[in-house]
Ligand binder design. Structure first.
Ligand code: CP
Length: 337
């Protein structure tokens, strides 16, 4: 097992809330560490003792299937003890505050809190309070409102870079590639985190969606400060984004975050921005399709395309999620032992 040797310098982040402060080296460290854990996961015994004795608490204030379960599985594969919180069966329903909930998990000896919340900023607020109390607890943002979903963007990055070089996935493999991100960009924390990682890689990012779900301002997203910083383009139709694209990431329509009537109908949305086999004819040969899930079949992507292994990386993204989340827990947690 050579995971430790993949870290030439100490991991610099106690918390992972956003990818805005990630360096090229941080991305490569995550990719290389995840590749090591992918190898562990291919073994008969898929477990390592790295986080033995540490406690990882999954505090999910908003529903999740992929993120919660893959963080739990990742923690178990690293031999950590896991705690799972669900708001409906917790003392939150009796009036306990979110901060007091976090302090309760702190008092039980939690080392890492994985937090999802429907409001942007909650993981950062808890991290700030735990830092103020001079605890050594780490916070991993598992998706906060419309802000960020860093572990999703990192597993997307790992999926893409592993496709380009299965034995040595690294950030610069995406330099010069055209990546289209299609759909409900406005409400998407996945898109915002991907904008940091993809611009850091030097990819050319083309956003496409209806004006109500894709404000022009996204063209001014600051992007990563890197020598190869990729560009961001905004389109209110899908065709220019798909033209010669190497990868297409389609986003879920986040109906739960829409407070106004932003679309005429789901059928018209599919006609304008739904991904289909036919539409992929505009892309580069060998184009691959991603979706963070959960998917509204027949809305943002056709059922046939979603299930077509020639194009769809959706199942691969979920598989990558375990190795990437093992890497994040390892990088944050191994300094605590
Ligand atoms: N991609 C994603 O965050 O999925 P879940 O909501 O199922 O965790």
């Amino acid at each position: 097992m050579t995971i430790a040797s993949s870290m030439s310098t100490p991991w610099p982040h106690r918390h992972i809330i956003s990818l805005a402060n990630f360096s090229q080296q941080d991305y490569d460290t995550v990719l290389q560490t995840a590749a090591s854990f992918r190898e562990v996961l291919s073994r008969r015994t898929k477990k390592v003792p790295t986080l033995q004795g540490q406690v990882v608490a999954n505090l999910f204030f908003e529903p999740s299937t992929r993120t919660r379960n893959s963080f739990e599985l990742a923690a178990k594969r690293l031999s950590a003890d896991t705690l799972n919180f669900a708001p409906g069966t917790s003392s939150l329903s009796k009036g306990e505050t979110i901060l007091d909930t976090a302090l309760t998990y702190l008092a039980m000896g939690t080392d890492i809190m994985v937090i999802r919340h429907q409001q942007a900023g909650v993981p950062q607020a808890i991290a700030d309070e735990l830092d103020r109390l001079e605890t050594r607890v780490s916070i991993l943002n598992a998706g906060d409102g419309q802000h960020e979903h860093p572990s999703q963007a990192l597993l997307d990055l790992f999926t893409l870079c592993s496709l380009l070089d299965p034995t040595d996935p690294r950030l610069n493999l995406l330099q010069g590639k055209k990546v289209a991100i299609v759909g409900d960009v406005l409400h998407s924390r996945v898109a915002r985190s991907n904008l940091w990682s993809l611009t850091a890689s030097g990819a050319e990012v083309h956003l496409a969606g209806p004006p109500t779900l894709l404000p022009r301002l996204f063209a001014q997203f600051p992007g990563a400060q890197s020598p190869v910083g990729g560009q961001i383009f905004v389109h209110w139709s899908i065709e220019p984004a798909l033209e010669n694209a190497h990868f297409v990431m389609t986003l879920r329509l986040q109906k739960e975050r829409m407070t106004e009537y932003l679309l005429p109908s789901l059928r018209e949305y599919h006609q304008g921005f739904g991904l289909t086999h036919d539409r992929l004819k505009h892309c580069c040969p060998g184009v691959k399709v991603l979706h963070p899930g959960p998917v509204n079949r027949g809305v943002e992507i056709s059922s046939a395309l979603m299930d077509d292994p020639e194009f769809s990386l959706i199942a691969q993204q979920v598989t990558s999620g375990v190795a990437v989340r093992m890497a994040l827990l390892y990088l944050i947690g191994s300094g605590k032992s």
